[in-house]
Write a protein that binds this ligand. Structure first.
Ligand code: SAM
Length: 218
């Protein structure tokens, strides 16, 4: 690995401050805050930018994509109401920061990324850091039916609508968290599968994500 994985007092201190900042912004789930406090976000940055790793900002990760800002990662994680052992499908692996937070929360994670270079990089780096998920390369807008049903599904890119095919891959009682809107902004949306054919949708705050590209997306 070309990266240096060193966690010194500066990074540890910055991570604590980030947790306090997220609390002040309204994140209240102590497990989510603990997970954010445990994941070394600077490992996803080039060393030159470590001083920016614990700012609550999105940051370019190459291939025209971004590492999500910590507030968004915490917000989506909180909405998933993760129980230990939950099987979660993550659509949009990116650099894998959100994947690590889900794993810290005790979930079993199946994650899919459409960009080959990101998939290659992340599927090598996360196990090296001790984070073990199942990594797939492909169009996640169709889900991964072979591994369904899932307790939870998280989409980390902005979708034009909630793909029906994803709802069908949820267990009864399962939840999908997905930003839905146009290319400028999206509303965080959760859908609970109440029964075989009943779904409860809640529309929440506004965010700005990169687009979900694919067969059942843009
Ligand atoms: N989860 C990441 C993190 O922790 O920082 C951020 C993900 S980034 C905001 C969104 C990712 O979704 C990008 O890497 C993009 O390539 C990916 N993506 C977009 N459309 C996709 C699709 N149909 N299937 C899988 N991945 C997709």
């Amino acid at each position: 690995m070309a990266y240096k994985f060193i966690d010194n007092y500066r990074e540890r201190g910055a991570r604590k401050q980030l947790v306090e900042e997220l609390k002040a912004k309204g994140i209240s789930d102590s497990n989510v805050l603990k997970a954010i406090g445990n994941v070394k976000r600077h490992y996803f940055f080039d060393e030159t930018f470590w001083n920016q790793a614990y700012q609550d900002k999105a940051f370019p990760i190459g291939e025209g994509q971004t590492i999500s800002n910590p507030y968004t990662v915490a917000y989506q994680s909180e909405l998933l109401h993760i129980n230990k052992g939950d099987k979660i499908l993550e659509i949009g692996t990116g650099c894998g920061y959100q994947t690590c937070v889900l794993l810290e929360l005790g979930a079993k994670v199946v994650t899919i990324e459409r960009q080959e270079k990101l998939y290659e990089r992340t599927s090598k780096m996360l196990p090296y850091l001790g984070y073990h998920a199942e990594f797939y390369l492909g169009d996640g807008s169709r889900g991964i039916p072979e591994h369904a049903p899932y307790d939870k599904i998280i989409v980390t890119a902005g979708a034009p609508f909630v793909p029906e095919i994803l709802l069908r891959q949820l267990k009864i009682g399962g939840i999908i968290v997905i930003p839905v809107g146009d290319e400028k902004s999206q509303k965080m949306t959760t859908v609970l599968r109440v029964s075989e054919n009943e779904f409860d949708k809640i529309v929440l705050d506004t965010f700005r994500f990169v687009p979900l590209l694919g067969d059942k997306a843009w």
